[in-house]
Design a protein around this ligand. Structure first.
Ligand SMILES: Nc1ncnc2c1ncn2[C@@H]1O[C@H](COP(=O)(O)OP(=O)(O)O)[C@@H](O)[C@H]1O
Ligand SMILES: Cc1ncsc1CCOP(=O)(O)O
Ligand SMILES: [Mg+2]
Length: 281
C-alpha cells in the first residue's frame, strides 16, 4: 500500500522518490516492452531497457503482432527509418495495444523532414499514443502539421521553444507530450514539468533520444495511471545516468558504454541527490 502511495502523483518535493520507485519497479517487474524501431537504434534501445531491468523485444512483423502485442506491457513505436512497408505493422501494433489497454509511446523521428513521414506520424497520433516524445523540431512539426526547416533527425530548436507546441499537441491528441533537450519538458496540455538532468554530450551519441523514449515506455508500463510522472521520471533517470557516465567518459563512444553501466548501477542515494525535476505550471 505504501508503494502505491509513492507511485502515485508526485508532490513537488517527492520527485526523486517517485523516480526511484519507478526504476525499482522496472527492475523488480521486468516489464516486457515491444519495440518497433529504426535500424540505427535497435542495439542501444534494447541495451538501455535491459540495463534498467526491463525486457525488450524488437518484434515488428505484422504477422506476429496479433499474437505478441497483447502480451507486452507497453509498446514503443519509432519511425526513424520508416518505409511504406513498415507503416501498416506500426498501425496494427498501436491498435492491438489500445485494444489490450496497454500504453504505447510514439517517437516521431524527423517528423517534419518529408510529407510522407509527417503524414505517417499524424496517422499514428490518431491511434492514441499514451506518450509522444520527440525533440523540439519534431514536436513543433507535429503540432503544426507542417514540414520544418529540418536538420533531419537532430533538432534545430531548443526544447523551451516548443512549450506551446507541446501543450497544443497534448490537448489535441490526449497524449502526454515530452520534448527532450537541455531541459526536458513534459506536459499533459495543462501542467508543464521540466527535468534538468543530462549532459550535452548525449546529443553526440546516435539513438539516445530513441532509447529514452523506450525507457519512458518501461516506466509507463509499471505505472500506466500516472503517465506524466512516469515520463518525466524516465527522462530524469536517463539524464542522471548520462551525468554519472560522463564522469568516466572520454568522448561519445565511451559515454555510450558508461551511460549504460551507470543506468544499471544507479542506487537510491544517487537518484535522491541528482534527480532534478521542477514544475513550470
Ligand atoms: N544540451 C543538453 N544537455 C543535457 N542533456 C541533453 C542535452 N541535449 C539532449 N540531452 C539529452 O539527450 C537525450 C536525447 O535527447 P535529444 O538529443 O533531444 O533527442 P533526439 O536524439 O531524439 O534528438 C535526452 O535524454 C536529453 O535529455
Ligand atoms: C541517425 C538516424 N537516422 C534515422 S533514425 C536515426 C537515429 C536517430 O536517433 P535519435 O533520434 O535518438 O538521435
Ligand atoms: Mg530522436
Amino acid at each position: 500500500m505504501e508503494e502505491d502511495k509513492v507511485r502515485g502523483k508526485a508532490e513537488p518535493s517527492g520527485w526523486p522518490a517517485k523516480a526511484w520507485s519507478l526504476l525499482s519497479a522496472t527492475r523488480s517487474e521486468s516489464p516486457l516492452i515491444q519495440c518497433i524501431t529504426n535500424f540505427v537504434s535497435m542495439d542501444l534501445m534494447a541495451n538501455t531497457l535491459l540495463s534498467a531491468g526491463a525486457s525488450p523485444a524488437m518484434i515488428h512483423s505484422a504477422d506476429e503482432i496479433p499474437d505478441f502485442t497483447p502480451h507486452a506491457r507497453a509498446l514503443c513505436i519509432n519511425v526513424g527509418t520508416l518505409s511504406a512497408d513498415w507503416l501498416p505493422a506500426m498501425k496494427l501494433a498501436a491498435q492491438f495495444a489500445c485494444q489490450s489497454c496497454k500504453p504505447w509511446v510514439l517517437d516521431p523521428v524527423a517528423a517534419g523532414a518529408s510529407g510522407f513521414r509527417l503524414k505517417a506520424c499524424l496517422e499514428l497520433v490518431e491511434l492514441k499514443p499514451t506518450v509522444i516524445r520527440g525533440n523540439a523540431s519534431e514536436v513543433i512539426a507535429l503540432s503544426k502539421a507542417s514540414l520544418g526547416p529540418s536538420k533531419g533527425v537532430d533538432s534545430s530548436h531548443e526544447s523551451t521553444d516548443a512549450v506551446e507546441a507541446a501543450k497544443s499537441l497534448a490537448q489535441a491528441s490526449g497524449a502526454i507530450v515530452a520534448v527532450s533537450g537541455a531541459v526536458d519538458i513534459v506536459t499533459d496540455g495543462e501542467r508543464v514539468v521540466g527535468a534538468h538532468n543530462g549532459v550535452p554530450m548525449m546529443q553526440r551519441i546516435t539513438a539516445t533520444g530513441c532509447s529514452v523514449t523506450a525507457l519512458i515506455a518501461a516506466f509507463v508500463a509499471v505505472d500506466p495511471l500516472h503517465a506524466l510522472e512516469a515520463t518525466v521520471s524516465a527522462l530524469s533517470i536517463f539524464g542522471v545516468a548520462g551525468e554519472m557516465g560522463m564522469n568516466l567518459a572520454k568522448g561519445p563512444a565511451s559515454l555510450r558504454m558508461h551511460l549504460i553501466d551507470s543506468l544499471y548501477g544507479l542506487d537510491d542515494a544517487v537518484v535522491h541527490s541528482r534527480v532534478s525535476i521542477t514544475s513550470f505550471s
